[in-house]
Design a protein around this ligand. Structure first.
Ligand code: ADE
Length: 231
C-alpha cells in the first residue's frame, strides 16, 4: 500500500475519481481514501496544514495502512532565484528550519537527542519522479534539493535570506520534514514533491487560481506516472 498525502482537495478528488473500490475512513478528523489504481493499492489523504497535522497523518498511514512508501505533494515558496513559480522541487532531503534548541547547546535545526535531523528522500523515488516529470510535464523545471519545513508561512525577504544562508534550502513549506521524520522513525521511504507557488518574499504577486489549477493538473499526472514505477 502506497500513501499519498495531498495538499489540495481537488487533487485528492481527482485521484479518488480514478481509483477503484474506494473506501473512506475518518481518523483524527482526516478522510483516508483507500482503493486501487491499475491494481496498485493506495491510500490518499489530506493532512491539513502544518507539521503536527502532517506527522499525525503520516503515523496513521504507518500504523493503520502499513504503507510501504509515502508521497507528499503540495506547494512551496522558492528560496532560490533560479527556481521559478510553477517549477517542481523534489526532496533530496528535508529538515525543520524552526527547530531551535540552541539555548540547550544544539546547532540550529538539530532535534535534541536524535542522531538525525536531516531526512533524505528515497533515491529510487527521486530518480523515478525525475524521469516521470521529463515524460509527463516536460515543460516544467525540475530541481532536486533541500526542502525546509516550519510552522510559518514565509513572506519576508529578510527571513527568506536567513533561511537560504542558514540551511541552503531550495524551497520552504509547512509539512515535508514532519512527514519525513515520521517516515524515518517508521522506516518508510518517502518523497516530497512541491510545486513552487511564490518566492517566499513580499513580491509574490500571482494569480493563485490559475496557478492552483495548473499545479493540481501537474501533480495528479506526476503521481499517476510515479505510482506505475513503484512496487
Ligand atoms: N507554501 C507555499 N508557499 C509557502 C511559503 N512561502 N512559506 C511556507 N509555506 C508555503
Amino acid at each position: 500500500m502506497i500513501g499519498i498525502i495531498g495538499a489540495m482537495s481537488q487533487e485528492v478528488a481527482k485521484l479518488k475519481a480514478v481509483m477503484s473500490g474506494v473506501e473512506v475512513e475518518n481518523r483524527a478528523g482526516m478522510e483516508f481514501f483507500k482503493g486501487t489504481i491499475n491494481g496498485k493499492e493506495i491510500v490518499v489523504v489530506r493532512s491539513g496544514i502544518g507539521k503536527v497535522n502532517a506527522a499525525v497523518c503520516s503515523q496513521i498511514l504507518a500504523d493503520c495502512y502499513h504503507v510501504t512508501a509515502i508521497i507528499n505533494t503540495g506547494i512551496a515558496g522558492s528560496l532560490r532565484n533560479e527556481i521559478n513559480i510553477g517549477d517542481i522541487v523534489l526532496s533530496e532531503d528535508t529538515l525543520q528550519h524552526d527547530m531551535d534548541a540552541t539555548g540547550f547547546g544544539y546547532p540550529l535545526g538539530h532535534i535534541p537527542q536524535m542522531d538525525q535531523s536531516v531526512f533524505e528522500g528515497d533515491k529510487r523515488m527521486i530518480e523515478a519522479a525525475k524521469a516521470c516529470c521529463a515524460r509527463v510535464v516536460p515543460e516544467i523545471g525540475v530541481h532536486v534539493g533541500r526542502v525546509l519545513s516550519g510552522d510559518q508561512f514565509v513572506s519576508d525577504i529578510v527571513k527568506k535570506a536567513w533561511l537560504t544562508e542558514t540551511f541552503d534550502g531550495y524551497c520552504t513549506e509547512m509539512e515535508g520534514a514532519a512527514i519525513a521524520q515520521t517516515a524515518f522513525l517508521n522506516k518508510i521511504p518517502f518523497l516530497i514533491i512541491r510545486a513552487i507557488s511564490d518566492k517566499a518574499d513580499d513580491s509574490a504577486e500571482m494569480d493563485y487560481e490559475v496557478f492552483e489549477e495548473k499545479a493540481i493538473k501537474h501533480s495528479v499526472k506526476l503521481v499517476l506516472a510515479l505510482l506505475e514505477t513503484l512496487d
